[in-house]
Write a protein that binds this ligand. Structure first.
Ligand code: MGD
Ligand code: MGD
Ligand code: MO
Length: 916
């Protein structure tokens, strides 16, 4: 690098630069040159049109924009040292400031204010603009066109970085200005409020609609987003112990980007509903299960000291264990907390409660994926990061909706598609990624095994599989080949609703690709045949040799910010940390030694099994941290009755959730921005979260509360903090080798497995062997099974449930975030316009949806993406809870319920005659 450096002169001083650098870049280490239209972030191009960065180049008459000109050997540049340059810059900034209210800039004008201040421009002498916020139509972002300098950074952020295509130029010449879609008000446009434009805007023309505070930023804290498994790195801007804004930081999985939740969804931590004091159920409270009205909290609960609350919490747990044995207790840990908390929680259940009755939301999520992956390739995590999509020729995106659920990963998919990756989207709903897809296969809900087996059939019949890979690295080929005989595309087409020729085309496309990946989500996993679905995907990738190289791989998009980490840490009833089976005596002995405690050999109960066990009086007491099963479990009437039946329930959360309403003791815990700890994202990246603000009221750290419960149950724990817990985890979990806390402090993110103390972790796994006994992967055949509950004349509509971009699961956090709640304020049922017509209903009308298990009410929304004959209901709204309807029947391997398919009807409108 040093060999070909060049020398130039900045205000007379010799400076060294790399060839190709702009003057602005080369000057950076020596002198900050004002600049607005040129971003410091990679991925942006500068048009050089703001001219705030002009410099004088000796030998040239006109001043030159330093962001556009490259340095050259011997070039003599005059910048801050030149009066002419400084005068010019100041005049330019004064002109820009003149458009602002009263001809003055303020903190909210961002870099413009900063540079105006630096050049001594306190106000403008030019006539001022009218400068109101001229577009207040959007609840997340306000627009002031008069502060806009047409620098185009917002357009680049929207179009190139996020690939959202909302911001463009409207008008011509000097009239040209940024516009949204067809020059619509922002609130009416297709904007998804990711706020990337706000982050890019240097002048405050685009700003958060309602900043939480106008005070100057006092502190900037680097951490991780608490929402999805992408694990975006971010910077909290803190003032007066409050988060006032959030910007993306350049982490490996987000490269500076965020989505609407990561940028605008943090005020939940300050919401009036936030628990601030421990609560205990009043002796004279209405019976559990009576409708709970949060406004009448004091009829149900009373405030207690920590001492009293903990004593009550532990007394109940100890008593039930004493009376009924260890198996009478169970715990649900959290994928929203840190690795350290998840590890402590499972250790508490295993060594304190004395059983393996510990689980978490992974059971409702990718449990079937993990079951199939462990069986097939010996490892449940992704084989490659989603960033590998840019190296793939073909990527199958099946049963997931990344634009709403992993938005920042979706942006990378869209960028890859723009650069030539063919995206094959396979989903029962019309898909938001479809505009970027080369193929959209809208299959019949629940028919993935039919479609995928037909693809496998083609690949084997046409000998398109990777013969060497099959011979050297796989077991079970002959059995699979024989099994697939009956699954020709012609035979499967009527079942899955995809044309036989189309099936052939996609099978050939995937098999012939040099590098191909498969991404999947809940549309695959949340079925009673979820494990079978994933077996087919594994077979597809393996047969074609699409694992172990860059641009290849199997990637179940993990959902919660820390569901990978919580699973790794052992929040699973059959697994100790790092997937050591509890019924493996050798593994157990190792943990008995480390924890100095006997361990139960019998696998524990899973989430939905626990609910049934409560009904059978097998489980009598529970400790639930950071989960909301009274909203997220299937068949809520059944699970809520179970929660009411518990003799003792301890809930540790941020709010009085629907679950906490059943509690005997409620412990006010720490929100993510208040804690220190590690989380592991979908890409196996272990990342460090840092506290930005202090705990409100009497809230305590989650790890501290878990430890206090452990002590109350007689365990001699004395962890001083998360660092000590992490050190113990490293002893227990080989996956964390070489990923020390100190290293994370420096690097923020390290991928596991990491083979050396300071080298990079391994992104693409299994180049040579699989972590199975034989080193080979196993192909497992899947037979066709219909969904557990199919439609009939009584219940003629298929119900599928899932998510909305703006809300998180049960809404506990996002419905308490102003911007997010305003964008999606209430319960909805989505149906195709044809379905509405058939049922003689109008969009906007309130309807009742009924299944064999329950009923709910919501407003109808017309949505052409939902197939006719189906309904889609997001499960985030308590007043219209989708899970009152869903079917709790489980996949036999993953023990995951069938959230994606059950039979319902709309009422009171009678079903049309055609369906009798
Ligand atoms: N905004 C937001 N983002 C989230 C979450 C959230 O609550 N809100 N939750 C996070 C969590 S924990 C998870 S697990 C992920 C989930 O992320 P996704 O897996 O994307 O979850 P779903 O919304 O449930 O969507 C699943 C997709 O499957 C499709 N589908 C339904 N049935 C079938 C079928 O039979 N076959 C096929 N092929 N497709 C089908 C649906 O149409 C939908 O597009 O999202 C994470 N991200
Ligand atoms: N119908 C239907 N149901 C589903 C699904 C579906 O697609 N359809 N998807 C399933 C899936 S994939 C999942 S992952 C589950 C999710 O189900 P849950 O995990 O039950 O849902 P969340 O709303 O994420 O619950 C998280 C809880 O943790 C609290 N919390 C947040 N941060 C912290 C913290 O730092 N400390 C503590 N102590 N508490 C905290 C929140 O207030 C909230 O109450 O839902 C499942 N249920
Ligand atoms: Mo999930």
């Amino acid at each position: 690098m040093s060999d070909n450096r060049i020398t130039f002169f900045l205000d007379g001083e010799p400076c060294s630069a790399q060839p190709g650098q702009t003057i602005l870049q080369a000057a950076q280490p020596h002198q900050a040159i004002p600049h607005l239209c040129c971003s410091d972030r990679p991925g942006f191009k500068s048009d050089g049109n703001c001219r705030a960065c002009v410099v004088e180049i000796e030998g040239e008459r006109a001043l030159a924009p330093s962001c556009r000109r490259e340095v050259s050997e011997g070039m003599r540049v005059n910048s801050a040292g030149s009066e002419r340059v400084q005068r010019n810059r100041a005049r330019l900034l004064e002109l820009l400031v003149s458009d602002l209210p009263n001809g003055r800039s303020s903190e909210e004008h961002q870099q413009l204010h900063h540079w105006a201040g630096a050049l001594g421009v306190s106000h403008s002498r030019f006539p001022g603009g009218d400068a109101q916020f001229d577009d207040l139509s959007h609840s997340a972002i306000r627009v002031n066109h008069s502060a806009c300098i047409n620098c185009q950074l917002c357009r680049q952020a929207c179009q190139d970085l996020q690939v959202n295509r909302v911001i463009g130029l409207s008008g011509r010449g000097t009239e040209a200005r940024i516009g949204f879609d067809l020059d619509d008000p922002l609130g009416d446009s297709t904007c998804v409020a990711c706020g990337e434009c706000v982050q890019a805007c240097p002048t405050g023309a685009l700003l958060p609609a309602a900043p939480l505070s106008r005070q100057p930023v006092e502190q900037r804290v680097h951490s991780i987003c608490p929402y999805c498994g992408v694990g975006c790195q971010l910077e909290y801007q803190v003032s007066n112990d409050r988060i006032i804004a959030v910007d993306g930081r350049s982490g490996p999985s987000n490269e500076g980007r965020l989505c609407v939740k990561g940028r605008f969804g943090f005020d939940y931590i300050n919401h009036a509903d936030r628990l601030r004091v421990p609560l205990v159920r009043r002796e004279d409270a209405p019976p559990k299960g009576a409708p709970f009205d949060p406004a009448e909290r004091d009829r149900y609960f009373r405030e207690a000291s920590w001492e009293e609350a903990l004593e009550r919490a532990c007394e109940g747990l100890v008593r039930l264990k004493h009376q009924h044995g260890a198996s009478a207790l169970a715990g649900l840990g959290s994928a929203k907390g840190s690795n350290e908390e998840a590890y402590l929680f499972q250790k508490l259940v295993r060594t304190g409660f004395g059983s393996n009755n510990v689980d978490h939301c992974t059971r409702l999520c990718h449990a079937s994926s993990v079951a199939a992956l462990l069986e097939g390739i010996g490892s449940g995590a992704v084989t490659a990061s989603f960033m590998q999509v840019v190296n793939a020729e073909v990527a199958i995106v099946i049963g997931c909706n990344p634009e709403s659920n992993h938005p920042v990963a979706a942006n990378l998919f869209k960028q890859a598609a723009r650069n030539g990756t063919q995206l094959v989207v396979i989903d029962s709903r019309g898909h938001s990624l479809r505009e970027h897809a080369s193929h959209l296969l809208q299959l019949t809900p629940g028919s993935d095994v039919a479609l995928l087996n037909a693809m496998l059939h083609v690949i084997i019949r046409e000998s398109l599989y990777d013969h060497r890979f099959v011979a050297e690295r796989l077991e079970g080929f002959d059995a699979l080949q024989a099994h697939l005989d009956d699954y020709s595309p012609e035979a499967m087409a009527p079942l899955c609703g995809i044309d036989a020729e189309r099936i052939r085309e996609v099978a050939r496309l995937f098999a012939r690709a040099e590098r191909a990946m498969i991404f999947w989500g809940m549309g695959i996993s949340q079925h009673t045949h979820g494990t079978d679905n994933v077996r087919c995907l594994i077979a597809l990738a393996l047969l074609c040799g699409q694992v172990g190289r860059p641009g290849t791989g199997l990637h179940p998009l993990r959902g919660q910010n820390n569901v990978q980490g919580a699973s790794d840490a052992g929040l699973i009833p059959m697994m100790l940390p790092d997937y050591q089976r509890v019924d493996n005596a050798e593994a157990r002995a190792r943990f008995e030694q480390l924890w100095q405690s006997p361990l139960a050999a019998q696998p524990g109960l899973t989430v939905v099994e626990m609910i049934d066990a409560i009904h059978h009086d097998q489980i009598r007491g529970m400790y639930i941290m950071g989960e909301n099963p009274a909203m997220s479990d299937p068949d809520l009437n059944h699970s809520r009755q179970a929660l009411a039946r518990l003799e003792h329930l301890v809930v540790q959360d941020l709010f009085i959730t629907e679950t906490a309403a059943y509690a005997d003791v409620i412990l006010p815990a720490s929100a993510w921005p208040e804690k220190s700890g590690t989380v592991t994202n979908t890409n196996r990246q272990v990342q460090l979260g840092r506290p930005a603000v202090s705990l409100p009221g009497q809230c305590r750290q989650d790890w501290w509360i878990i430890q206090a419960i452990a002590q109350g149950m007689g365990l001699d724990w004395a962890y001083p903090g998360p660092e000590a817990i992490y050190r113990e985890m490293q002893q227990a979990m080989p996956s964390l080798t070489h990923i020390d806390r100190e290293r994370l402090e420096r690097e923020n993110s390290v991928t596991y497995p990491c083979p050396t103390p300071d080298g990079e972790g391994t992104d693409v796994l299994f180049a040579d062997r699989f972590p199975t006994a034989s080193g080979k992967a196993r192909l497992v055949a899947a037979t066709l099974l219909p969904p557990d509950e199919t439609c009939d004349s009584q219940y003629p509509l298929i119900l599928s449930t899932g998510r909305l971009l703006e809300h998180w699961h049960t809404g506990a956090m996002t419905r308490r975030s102003r911007v997010l709640d305003t964008l999606e304020p209430g319960a909805i049922v989505c149906a195709h316009p044809l379905t509405l017509r058939e049922w003689k209903l109008q969009a906007g009308e309130a309807v009742r949806v009924e299944s064999r298990r329950g009923a709910m009410k919501a407003l109808l929304r017309a949505d052409e993406a939902v197939p006719p004959g189906s309904l889609f209901i997001p499960f985030c709204f308590a007043e219209g809870a989708a899970n009152l309807l869903t079917n709790p029947k489980l996949d036999p391997f993953g023990k995951i319920p069938e959230f994606k398919y059950c039979a319902v009807r709309l009422a009171p409108t009678p079903p049309p005659n055609s369906l009798d």
